[in-house]
Write a protein that binds this ligand. Sequence first.
Ligand code: PLP
Ligand code: NAG
Ligand code: NAG
Length: 567
Amino acid sequence: MPGSSRLPISLRDTLRAQSGAARGRLLALNIDVFRNIIFFLFLLRWTRRAFYQLRGRGVAGSIVDAYVAARRTLYGIFLRLPGVRTKVQTQIAESLLKLERRLVPTGPGVERTVALPTEGWSEDRVRAALQTMEGMEHTRWEDGRVSGAVYHGGEALLRLQTEAFGKFTVANPIHPDVFPGVRKMEAEVVAMVLSLFNAPEGAAGVTTSGGTESILMACLSARQKAFVERGVTEPEMILPETAHTAFRKAAEYFKIKIHLVACKAPHYKVHLPSVSRLINPNTILLVGSAPNFPHGIIDDISGLSRLALRKKLPLHVDCCLGSFLVPLLAKAGFETEPFDFRLKGVTSISCDTHKYGFAPKGNSTVLYRSDALRKYQYFICADWSGGVYASPSIAGSRPGALIAGCWASLVQQGESGYVDSCHKIVGAAKKIESTIREDPNLATDLKVIGRPLVSVVAFLSNSLDIYDVADGMGEKGWHLNALQNPPAIHVAVTLPIVVAADKLISDLVEVVEEVREKERKRVAEGKGKKGAVKGDAAALYGVAGSLPNKSVVVDLAKGFLDTLYKA
Ligand SMILES: *Cc1c(COP(=O)(O)O)cnc(C)c1O
Ligand SMILES: *[C@@H]1O[C@H](CO)[C@@H](O)[C@H](O)[C@H]1NC(C)=O
Ligand SMILES: *[C@@H]1O[C@H](CO)[C@@H](O)[C@H](O)[C@H]1NC(C)=O
C-alpha cells in the first residue's frame, strides 16, 4: 500500500528536516524583509527631512544654519573651559548682586514680612502698608514715562473697574449656576470682541488670562486639529521672527518645532516665499501679527491668508497688541490693512482686552472661525474620581472679578470711546514717527523701522549706538523698550504717553545730541568701542547680545527671575 508510512524512515526524516530548513529559511527571509523595510522607512524619513530642510531653507540657508549651530556649540564648549567658566560665573553673580541691590529694598528702615504674622494686622495697619508699597520709588508711568506696560483708560474707568471687582470678588465662572451673571458677562465679552473682528456666522471664542495664554491655546488647538484630522505627530509651525515669544513658549510647552522666517528691511514684514517653502506635511499653523511687538508692523496678512487657503492650513493672527486699536483704525480716520476674519484664510485671532481694551490686567480673548476649532483647545476628563471635569483653557478656577472688570470696561467705553482713544494714541504715535523722520536733529542719526500703522514706533541708528540712546532716555526717567536683531528701541504709545509725547520728543533730541557728543569725544581721544562706559541696555544687548552662544544671557535671565522672588 503506497503511503508515507511506507517510505523508508531515513527519507521521511530527510524530508522533515528539509521542510524544517525551508521554514527556517522562510523565517530568515522574513526577518530580512522586515529589516529592509525598517531600514527603508528610516531612510525615507531622513531623506524626507533633509528634503524639507533643503527646500525650506535652501542650500545656502542650510549651510548658514549649520555654521551658526557649530559656532554655538564651540562657544558653549569654550564657556565651559575651567578658567573661563569660573570667570563667567563670577561676573554673572556680580551682575545679579547689583540687580538685587536695585530691586530688593534692604536696610534698617525696611519692614520685611517673610512668615505669616502670628496675630493678624489691624485693617489700618494693612492699609498703611499698602500705601507704602504703592508709594515705593518707581519709573513714573503716571507721567507717561513708560512705553507700553500701563494701558489704562483714565481715572473714571479705573474707579468703575474697582467697583465691578468689589461686586464679584468671590465669583468663579467654573460654577455657572452659582454665578450666572459672571457667565453672562464672559459670553458677552467674547461676542463683542468677535463682532469687532468681523467674525462670520458660527465663529466662537474664549476668554483667557492674557495674550500669552490666548496664543498658547491657539497653538494647542492647531496642534490637536492636525493630530486628529491628519495624524501629525511631529508638529511644526512657521513664525515671522518678529512674532511674540508666546509662540516660542507654546512650541516649548507643546513640543512643536518652529521655523523662523526673516522680516527684512525695508518693510520688516514676514517674507512670504520663505514661509511657503517651509510648509511641509508636518506644518500645523501659519502665523502673522497685526501688529508685531518689536516694530509695530502689520505682516502681509492677505498674502498669508491666500497661502493658508491654498495649502489648507490654519492661520493665526496675533492682534494682542493691536487689540482695540487695529480694528478701529479706519473709523478713526487712519490708514489700515486687512487683518481680520474678512480674510477667508484667517482661522484664529488673539485680542488682548487688557491692552488697548483698557480692561484690568489678566484679560484676553482668543477667537476661532468655527466652534470645531475652539473644541480642540478644551480639556475634558470624564473619569476623574472628583467628577466629570471640563475647563476651556489652562486655568481651573478663575477670577469672576476680572470678568466683571473687563465687561464693565468694554460697555463703558463703547465703540465711540475706543475710536476716540485710537485717535489720540495712533495720532501721538504718528507725531513721534514723523518727528523722527523729519526733525533734522533726529533724522540724521535715527531711522524709523518700516511703516508702522498702529501704536508702536521703533527706530534704529546707523551712526550711533542706539542702546546708548536707550540708556540716555533711562537717565531722564523714560522706560523705552530695547530691541535686538537689529539693535533698536521702540515706544509703544498708551494714553498716559499721549500727554507726554512732546516731552518725549524734546528729551529724545537732547539725548541724541549727548550721545553724538560722547561719540565725537571718543573718536577724538582715539579710544576704541571698548573704552566707552556703557549703561545697562548697552551692556546687555551690546556686549552679551553679540555672543554666538547666549547661555550667559540665559543664566542672567534665570537669576533675574529668582531675584523677583527675594523677599
Ligand atoms: C503683549 C503681546 C502679547 C501677549 O502678551 P501678554 O503679556 O501675555 O498679554 C502677544 N503678542 C503681542 C504682539 C503683544 O504685544
Ligand atoms: C551654549 O553653551 C552652554 C554652556 O556652555 C551649553 O550648555 C550649550 O549646550 C551651548 N548651546 C549650544 C546650542 O551648543
Ligand atoms: C479675565 O481673566 C481671567 C483670568 O485671569 C479669565 O479667567 C477670564 O475669563 C477673563 N475674562 C475676560 C472677560 O476676559
